[in-house]
Design a protein around this ligand. Structure first.
Ligand SMILES: N[C@@H](CCC(=O)N[C@@H](CS)C(=O)NCC(=O)O)C(=O)O
Ligand SMILES: [Fe+2]
Length: 356
């Protein structure tokens, strides 16, 4: 099985990718709207097809990526049926299963943080995704969205801490950057729900948290009741429209050699190799300007900030770094030539060998 834990630093949310290597089928748990390009890049690089997104609950602190991913991949949107959100195509109930290839997640109702919280348990009970029902040495608050300390106490004690002791628990958030825990650990050390704590202790603790509401709550809850479908204008720009670009999981936007050939006239092509490489057997792109990577930051005024830039080098590695530096320096439209001159030449595209 393929498993990745991804992090959104703005909301401290974990998104989980589970994939069946044999069939290429994958699920995403708790995707974040702004992180959809990252998630798509990872799915593409790992050769996975997204079957469904599963939210553990209607989040109050960030907008789900479920709708945006369905637009791009045709994935189903799975969420607790009891929530009644608009746009769900897999309404989930306790006891349901969500398959990916030969594997599946079992669905357990764990209300208490919100009335519609679900925990997803991997088929062999080696992992469970607890949303905010159980956090690492903590738990989700119970003061809004139908939350209830009584319900949360039963949910965690009966549905989560009854899993095998070595079952790994992955929460929807961690505000300290801790990534995983286990049932045995939380049974012993969870300060709210472990050890000899009883319902009275727990309710007393939860009713006195005195936390401010999440900053994004007024925006996030209504948006999540539409599964993250924006109202009116989409809040985040989709793929850049100035060229056919592909976002790599590394965070760099790339352009394929053929696409660059078609659109070359709009770009400033910046070759960041050293001078002797520019005229060696690989040659260079006909309209390329040579600015070695080591000199790039000192020669930015030779470039037009308004025109898109494509960075080029031998293999695409130094030019990826050039793209990062140019973006940091405030250039808005920057792409890296995928595979550099090696791929450009291998694809039989035109090269020049004249000197600078
Ligand atoms: N500062 C965060 C607060 C986030 C928050 O309240 N998180 C909820 C989960 S949606 C929670 O239960 N937090 C538990 C806690 O902070 O103890 C924000 O504004 O987004
Ligand atoms: Fe939450």
């Amino acid at each position: 099985m393929i498993f990745r834990q991804l992090f959104d630093a703005v909301s401290s949310t974990y998104t989980y990718l589970l994939g069946d290597a044999e069939s290429g089928e994958a699920l995403l748990i708790d995707p974040v709207y702004e992180q959809v390009p990252r998630d798509l890049a990872l799915l593409q690089e790992l050769g996975l097809r997204l079957q469904a997104t599963l939210d553990t609950h209607v989040h109050a602190d960030h907008v789900t990526g479920a709708w945006r991913l369905r637009q791009r991949c045709g994935s189903e949107i799975a969420l607790a049926a009891t929530v009644g959100a608009e746009g769900v195509n897999r309404p989930l109930r306790h006891g349901d299963r969500v398959a990916f290839g030969k594997r599946h997640l079992g669905v357990r109702a764990t209300p208490g943080h919100t009335s519609g919280c679900l925990t997803y348990v991997l088929d062999d009970e080696s992992m469970a995704f607890t949303g905010d029902s159980l956090l690492i040495r903590g738990c989700g608050r119970t003061d809004f969205q139908g939350g209830s300390p009584q319900q949360l106490f039963s949910s965690v004690r009966e549905q989560i801490l009854t899993l095998p002791g070595d079952c790994l628990l992955y929460p929807a958030h961690d505000y300290r950057g801790i990534t995983v825990t286990s049932v045995a650990e939380e049974r012993r050390f969870n300060p709210r729900l472990g050890g000899d704590v009883d319902l009275g202790d727990f309710a007393g603790y939860m009713n006195n948290l005195n936390l401010p509401h999440p900053k994004q709550m007024a925006v996030a809850v209504p948006a999540n009741l539409r599964c993250g479908k924006p109202e009116g204008e989409a809040p985040v720009a989709e793929t850049p429209d100035w060229a056919p670009l592909i976002l790599r999981f590394s965070g760099v936007w790339e352009i394929e050699p053929m696409a660059l050939l078609e659109h070359a006239a709009k770009f400033q092509i910046v070759d960041v190799r050293e001078a002797p490489e520019f005229i060696d057997q690989l040659g260079h792109l006909p309209d390329a300007r040579l600015v070695p990577l080591s000199q790039l930051m000192g020669r930015l005024d030779e470039l037009d900030r308004e025109r898109p830039v494509v960075a080029v080098c031998r293999s695409g590695v130094r030019s990826a770094q050039a793209s990062v530096l140019l973006t940091k320096a405030g250039f808005g439209k920057v792409a890296n030539l995928a595979g550099g001159m090696l791929r450009w030449k291998a694809e039989g595209l035109p090269v020049a060998t004249d000197s600078v």
